[in-house]
Design a protein around this ligand. Structure first.
Ligand code: NIG
Ligand code: FE
Length: 413
């Protein structure tokens, strides 16, 4: 029975008969396998713990029956390129015919072809296409998402991408973190003038977009087909001067030493990292940077060089898992599928994969105080799953096990 002041989709009240997935709530608040309860008040977690320990004054609240569902924190997709024009199925066909990702990129396809399509698209067109993709991610329980620029590569077009990202957050009631990836590829008009292009990124585009409140973090594609270590550091210095955190597309195709550099700048995360060296791992550990694993790109590119999972595990570097949704190397719109691939391809355990799309993904975005765990005081973001055991979240391919999503204190699905 809803109280009169509550909107029908308000999640406030007492959620009972739940099973909390391992790591879903702070260990001190729950006993493994004991029936659990969550209290939501004014959109925030007011209490979480064993149902048997529920304080009596919460017992009268609006009931929401969990019917024995497993519960996880809202999922966090911490690395996406969700806003872009067009798509690149033609390159899929080229790769099937034998071309490599690097060959396609060097022949004028790749990122630059998405740049052309993104520049041609209006803000409303970009919003509509990205919204359709976002809906699929949200339907699977995503409650926070990172969206990068990097397909505009000119001030007006980077702005357009970032504005769309902000609009998506408001329109869908989901936490969106924007990342400026102005150094994603060399735009065609700067061919042979990489250094000048980086100058513009540092002196003009980044400060302008940051001043407009459109930038939460700064990323660079540090790779032999993109930007050098020295160019990457120039962008990091510009970010640092503006007080913005950095992250890096690092060691995807080769070991450039990018992760160690990013760690020196206190990077939130280093992403891809198939070719990460022991020195890079040590630097990330010391800096507290998250290793973001992107099995969708690994799979799509038919990569065979595995990221150094065991060494990361031994070093205690937190590992996140994300879709890396983008039109070139990871046209994936399912974070659960990424959990499956992280387990099957990278040999993560199920608890590691789950932590990878919740608490570690939140940390990769600097959102660890508000997302990734169900804890008192945090905004209510959690998912009820219609599964018998938690491992099913990573086990099924293409299942739709979501029973109910509570996002930003509202029952969203
Ligand atoms: O994360 N590695 C660089 N950027 C994207 C690919 C972008 C594209 O091909 O359009 C990635 O995999
Ligand atoms: Fe990426």
């Amino acid at each position: 029975m809803l109280l009169p002041h509550q909107a029908p989709d308000c999640a406030d009240g007492l959620w009972t008969d739940l099973r909390l997935a391992p790591g879903a709530a702070p260990a001190s608040t729950t006993t493994p396998d004991a029936p659990a309860a969550i209290v939501v008040a004014q959109g925030r977690i007011a209490w979480v713990g064993d149902a048997s320990a529920l304080p009596a004054h919460f017992a009268h609240l609006t009931p929401h029956a969990g019917a024995g569902a497993w519960v996880t924190p809202g999922l966090v997709d911490c690395h996406t390129h969700l806003v872009y024009g067009g798509q690149r199925a033609n390159e899929f066909a080229l790769r099937l015919a034998g071309a490599s990702y690097e060959e396609v990129a060097r022949a004028g396809g790749g990122i630059v072809s998405s740049v052309r399509a993104t520049r041609q698209a209006s803000e409303d067109e970009l919003f509509a296409s990205a919204a359709a993709r976002l809906e699929l991610l949200l339907a699977e329980g995503v409650c926070a998402i990172e969206i990068k620029s990097g397909y505009g590569l000119a001030l007006a077009h980077e702005r357009k991408q970032l504005r769309v990202a902000r609009r998506l957050g408001k329109a869908f009631g989901v936490t969106v973190r924007t990342t400026f990836l102005g150094a994603h590829a060399l735009p065609p008009e700067y061919a042979g003038r990489s250094s000048d292009s980086i100058d513009l990124v540092c002196r003009n585009r980044l400060p302008a977009l940051a001043a407009e409140g459109l930038v939460d973090a700064v990323d660079v594609f540090c790779e032999r087909i993109a930007f050098s270590l020295e160019e990457t550091e120039r962008v990091f210095k510009a970010a640092q001067a503006l007080g913005l955190p950095v992250k890096l597309h690092a060691e995807q195709l080769s070991d450039m030493g990018g992760a160690a550099l990013a760690a020196r700048y206190g990077a939130l995360s280093c992403d891809h990292i198939e070719h990460l060296s022991p020195a890079g791992i040590a630097a990330m550990r010391d800096a507290g940077s998250v290793a973001v694993l992107l099995p969708g790109a690994y799979y799509t590119l038919r990569d065979t060089h595995l990221p150094p999972i065991e060494a990361l595990r031994q070093a205690g570097v937190p590992m996140a898992v994300s879709t890396d949704h983008n039109p070139g190397t990871s046209p994936c719109l399912s974070l659960l599928t990424m959990m499956n691939m992280a387990c099957t391809l990278f040999r993560l355990t199920v608890p590691e994969a789950l932590a990878g799309v919740t608490q570690h993904a939140a940390r990769a975005l600097g959102l660890q105080d508000t997302h990734g765990v169900i804890a008192v005081g945090m905004p209510a973001n959690f998912v009820l799953w219609g599964v018998n055991e938690v491992a099913e979240l990573a086990y099924w391919l293409g299942a739709r096990p979501v029973q109910c999503v509570v996002r930003q204190g509202r029952i969203a699905a």
